[in-house]
Write a protein that binds this ligand. Structure first.
Ligand code: KIV
Length: 272
């Protein structure tokens, strides 16, 4: 493990692999719009994920399934315009890659061409290997996503921890190894036991980035709106809230309304 932290002007997929080799943990947060991405990028977060969680956070859907490829491209292009240092990874939405490798490639190409994103993320293991191969064959970097894969929520039935049983844990390890073998540059592991996640990270050369996967992986990702407390109805055990923006913003909005109604705003200095 190296003691000096390398400075990256622009984080690339190779930088992430180098960080793992050097024992430097990788930070990743979501963003879906220009203003949030500006703040995340300026904070030196290594990877910005334009997650399909935009479907929940931005659009208020119950699941990630309804968001479309066009909508993901809109979000991703706003994020790319804001990013100077972070690697921008964009989720391929539900329905844009599962049916046929050619469709998967077409979707990935649209993301890269129309948004300017730097890589795509797909949920699933061996069952989507042909799509991953096809995308990688076109020179597009792919991040995998195993464990709890929210696009399959109707198959799982719940958002509880995955791979607790031995058979599912074994499949997850095999899937992770096959994603690495195919050429994925990194894998997200969502909501799996910490011990299993640490084992996967230890057995792979590529970085494993966890969400609810414990401390033994190579990096962490959180949904930004959750970690700054803009959302407040979601309380999973893995979530650390660094701010309580729902309350702070709500107080500010209430104060503004009072000031408008009492004619305290605008004052003499706040007009022309
Ligand atoms: O869409 C998303 O935000 C994600 C993260 C939870 C990893 O996939």
């Amino acid at each position: 493990m190296s003691s000096t932290k390398k400075q990256y002007k622009r984080v690339t997929t190779n930088s992430l692999i180098e960080m793992k080799k050097n024992g430097e943990k990788i930070s990743m947060l979501t963003a879906y719009d220009y203003t949030m991405a500006k703040i995340v990028d300026a904070a030196n977060i290594d990877v910005i994920l334009v997650g399909d969680s935009a479907s929940n956070v931005m659009a208020g859907h119950e699941t990630t399934l309804p968001i479309t490829l066009d909508q993901m491209i809109y979000h991703a292009s706003s994020v790319v315009r804001a990013s100077q240092r972070s690697l921008v990874v964009v989720d391929l939405p539900f329905g844009s890659y599962q049916s046929d490798p050619k469709i998967a490639l077409r979707s990935a190409i649209r993301i890269m061409k129309e948004s300017g994103g730097h890589a795509v993320k797909l949920e699933g293991g061996k069952e989507i290997k042909d799509s991953i191969k096809k995308i990688l064959g076109a020179g597009i970097p792919v991040m995998g996503h195993l464990g709890l894969t929210p696009q399959s929520i109707y198959k799982f039935g719940t958002y509880t921890v995955r791979a607790k049983a031995e058979a599912e844990a074994k499949k997850l390890i095999e899937d992770a190894k096959s994603l690495e073998k195919l050429g994925c540059f990194s894998i997200v592991l969502e909501k799996v036991p910490a011990e299993l996640a640490a084992q996967v990270a230890c057995e792979l050369q590529i970085p494993v980035i966890g969400i609810g996967a414990g401390a033994g992986v190579d990096g962490q990702v959180l949904v930004t709106h959750d970690m700054v407390g803009m959302t407040h109805e979601f309380h999973p055990r893995f979530l650390r809230r660094y701010l309580n923006l729902f309350e702070d913003m709500s107080n500010a909005f209430q104060q503004y309304s009072k000031d408008v109604k009492s004619q305290n705003f605008p004052n003499n200095q706040e007009q022309y």
